[in-house]
Design a protein around this ligand. Structure first.
Ligand code: F6P
Length: 559
């Protein structure tokens, strides 16, 4: 960003070009030695040694309070992790991202989701063009459209106001909007029905449109590329559904709008340029919920709340950009993830929101984290020397407690956990929020401290059952606490994870912004769909398993 621009360091615009493997860096080796020295030191000991630990190991930013004291780290661990980040060029890479340098090396693109929430007077230049005015122009058009739908001014083909808005998109063109609309449901316009169709399985669209009046239904076709097979198939099916009820091609104009970078394909689908909302190739799909991809959210919660969400994103961006690494929330979250994953061996991360409105947050983070950092080579093509993205999963509390928490407490695998909670409920009910939050606090406490055999015996537990009842504890977790789940807080929370994922990607020296791995399956599916349609049953040239499955499917399909 063009304020006090730090000097460019060309060697670091691209991931470390000719760096030795990560695990050979002295800063990494220092952590290996430190880990060995720490042995299996228990969280009980960490807290006993430092009674102020819970007050010290925290940072606060953008309305979020981040307690990381229940991690198996000392001040020295943290200092060594920050040192590693310095050696990996995190500050330079971060500044290059904010500046708009093409840090997505394999796709030769800038990575500028941070420009989506930049104030109007900021200058961020990509290929000689300041992109901020374009961003604000699109936001203004979105706001105008959202208000017209919300007020009933926008009429459908038969003159009825729009009561149902259905987003058709997949991946980043679905998960962000769904999560956002769920999270901010209490801010949503009453009487407006929202639907989401992502799966190419026709049941998704059939269920989303069941019983709806096409004259009151508007579809947002959301696809950055406007080439995604799943989305285009569903968009054509939605078009057919609308036309079957409305019986007039001209109806498309008032019932379909698009969000895309691909104006040509949008026009070819039959959507007017005036009804297309743009985004840019420097916005990655999984980083796009605050672009026009979030149009359905803006319609739902209104432009003011949407802008409040952007301010939350922005506040976290500022914190990430300006705060020293050792007190920087996304940096710490990312570095602790590296520690838990690469040093303690936690292969998965459980995301546990204690707020029912965040029930889609784990699914959102799955794409953000795993599509970004599920990589096996560095950005310069060498095999990585350590494991990369953790597997992200989770469910809201307290549901998860009655399902998989048993494994978290007593299973043989170490699972890192992120607890997320709020001091106020969106629906205060006499004391019930305290019950919810008591569970959050209790679970993180139980994971950290467990219950010893001595404590069980002192309670008079039958000796024969002591082994079964022991919880060894020493299981790391983070806790994020905010006042309430507002649009602002949600923006800050998403930006926190975006920058944490970035931090981890920089340490591993991978390109967190491409996704070549998803291409192979797409290409194969295209070939197979042609073969399935060919009823002449010509020879198949797949492996014997795939050939047999396809033949069986073809046979059963006919029966
Ligand atoms: O799954 C691959 C992917 O390219 C994601 O990165 C993206 O979010 C999704 O497909 C949808 O892409 P589009 O918005 O171009 O339809």
């Amino acid at each position: 960003m063009n304020r006090a621009e730090p000097p460019r360091s060309p060697g670091l615009l691209h991931p470390r070009p000719s760096a030795p493997p990560l695990t050979q860096l002295p800063a990494w080796q220092a952590l290996v030695d430190h880990h060995r020295m720490m042995g299996s030191r228990h969280l009980r000991q960490f807290f006993a040694d430092d009674p102020q630990r819970g007050e010290r190991l925290q940072v606060e930013a953008a309305g979020l309070y981040f307690d990381f004291s229940k991690n198996r780290v000392t001040d020295e661990t943290l200092a060594l992790l920050v040192d590693l980040a310095e050696h990996c060029g995190l500050r330079e890479r971060r500044d290059a991202m904010f500046r708009g340098d093409p840090i997505n090396a394999t796709e030769k693109r800038a990575v500028l989701h941070t420009a989506l929430r930049a104030p109007a007077d900021e200058r961020i230049v990509v290929d000689g063009v300041n992109v901020v005015p374009e961003v604000h122009a699109v936001l203004d058009r979105m706001a105008d459209f959202a208000e017209r739908i919300r007020s009933g001014e926008w009429r459908g083909h038969t003159g009825k106001p729009i009561r149902n808005v259905i987003n058709i998109g997949i991946g980043g063109s679905d998960l962000g909007p769904v999560m956002d609309c769920e999270a901010l449901h209490p801010y949503s316009k009453i009487g407006l029905h929202l639907g989401f169709v992502s799966n190419i399985d026709p049941s998704d669209l059939v269920e989303a449109t069941r019983g709806l009046d096409a004259a009151e239904t508007l579809f947002i076709i959301c696809s950055k590329s406007f080439r995604t097979f799943d989305t285009l198939t569903n968009a054509h099916a939605a078009r057919a559904w609308s036309l079957a009820q409305l019986g007039d091609e001209r109806a498309i104009a008032s019932h379909f709008v698009a969000v895309s970078t691909n104006a040509e394909a949008v026009a070819a689908f039959g959507i007017d340029a005036a009804h297309m909302f743009a985004l840019w190739d420097w916005v990655g799909g999984r980083y796009s919920m605050d672009s026009a991809i979030g149009l359905i959210s803006m319609v739902a919660v209104g432009p003011e709340h949407f802008r409040a969400m952007l301010s939350g994103f922005r506040a976290m961006d500022e914190h990430f950009h300006r705060t020293p690494l050792a007190r920087n929330m996304p940096v710490l979250l990312g570095l602790l993830a590296i520690w838990n994953n690469n040093f303690l061996g936690a292969e998965t991360l459980a995301v546990l929101p204690y707020d029912h409105y965040l029930k889609r947050f784990p699914a959102y983070l799955q794409q953000l984290t795993m599509e970004s950092n599920g990589k096996h080579v560095t950005a310069t093509g060498q095999a990585v020397s350590t494991s990369t993205s953790p597997i992200v999963w989770g469910e809201p509390g307290t549901n998860g407690q009655h399902s998989f928490f048993q494994l978290l407490h007593q299973g043989t695998r170490l699972v890192a956990c992120d607890f997320i909670g709020f001091s106020h409920s969106q629906n205060p009910q006499a004391g019930q929020h305290d019950l919810l939050m008591a569970n959050l606090f209790a679970q993180s406490e139980a994971l950290a401290f467990g219950k010893t055999a001595q404590a069980l015996m002192a309670e008079g537990v039958d000796e024969a059952q002591v082994a079964q009842r022991v919880c060894e504890g020493n299981r790391p977790s983070n806790t994020l606490l905010a006042e309430r789940l507002t649009p602002y807080t949600l923006g800050a929370l998403v930006a926190l994870y975006e920058h944490s994922v970035f931090t981890q990607g920089v340490i591993w020296n991978i390109d967190s912004f491409d996704q070549w791995g998803v291409e192979l399956g797409k290409v194969l599916a295209q070939r197979i769909v042609t073969e399935l349609a060919d009823n002449s049953h010509g020879p198949l040239t797949h492996d014997s398993s795939t050939n047999t499955l396809m033949r069986r499917y073809q046979r059963q399909r006919k029966e």
